[in-house]
Design a protein around this ligand. Structure first.
Ligand SMILES: [Zn+2]
Length: 139
């Protein structure tokens, strides 16, 4: 709330808040609207900060469908990577192709485009290696 009186910024005498000219020193009073009120700036900053924190809170604790999808499928993909690694250790080339394909499919489900492309490529390479070993066998 505005007080009825204010201090003249020039002579420091109490004058009416609405006064255009100080009755003591006759200096023209600056319109309140034209000066940046520091208090208003602080209040605006707090509002912006609260809105920002609120937004962060909402996005952190209310995951989108896309986030939930990732949470659900990424651990599945990681399990499949473990199985892929096992196939690599065992050296079964057909099984390596199959497992790489399953990992790629899991990342596709997770909508993880980068990892999907990566595993698709791993699968392609494994496929080529498997085909080569078969043709070598029949040579
Ligand atoms: Zn004055």
């Amino acid at each position: 709330m505005e007080s009825e009186y204010k201090k003249c910024p020039f002579c420091a005498e109490e004058i009416k808040a609405d006064a255009k000219i100080c009755r003591y020193c006759h200096k023209e009073q600056v319109e309140k609207d034209s000066i940046i009120d520091f208090k208003d700036v602080i209040i605006m900053s707090i509002i912006v900060l609260v809105a920002f924190i609120g937004y962060k809170y909402i996005t952190a604790y209310h995951p989108t469908a896309e986030d939930q999808r990732r949470e659900l499928y990424i651990p599945v993909a990681e399990d499949y990577i473990e199985q892929y690694n096992m196939a690599v250790r065992q050296g079964d080339k057909t099984q390596i192709v199959v497992q790489a394909g399953i990992v790629a499919a899991a990342f596709l489900q997770a909508h993880d485009e980068v990892n999907y492309q990566k595993w698709k490529e791993i699968q392609n390479q494994a496929q080529k290696a498997a085909e080569k070993s078969i043709s070598d066998y029949y040579k």
